[in-house]
Design a protein around this ligand. Structure first.
Ligand SMILES: [Zn+2]
Length: 96
């Protein structure tokens, strides 16, 4: 997805690098859909879906970049999305 499309309708954007589209509770999970800017092609964003267990440090993540597909493990986009989500949750808590 192009980042300028990902930048529309966001709940939170983190320094033009991470765009959080939605954060919602599903069962016992907090599910966040994010778009993270690619380092190599700057107008492109990868989709990262993060699932967190609220109140614990446990999370899983999925990214649609080639690195994640190849290694099947956490890539830097997941790390970036997690940092942005933590910031967002801090702000959301303050607003409540
Ligand atoms: Zn990735």
């Amino acid at each position: 997805m192009l980042c300028r499309e990902a930048a529309r309708r966001v709940v939170y954007s983190h320094g033009n690098e991470v765009y959080i589209h939605s954060v919602e509770r599903r069962g016992g999970w907090l599910v966040a859909v994010c778009y993270v800017r690619s380092e190599s092609s700057r107008d492109k964003c990868y989709q990262v879906v993060l699932k967190l267990r609220p109140g614990t440090r446990y999370f899983t993540g999925h990214c649609d970049c080639p690195d994640f597909k190849y290694r099947g493990g956490p890539c830097k986009h997941i790390v970036k999305a997690k940092v942005a989500l933590r910031e967002y949750l801090k702000i959301a808590k303050r607003v409540e």
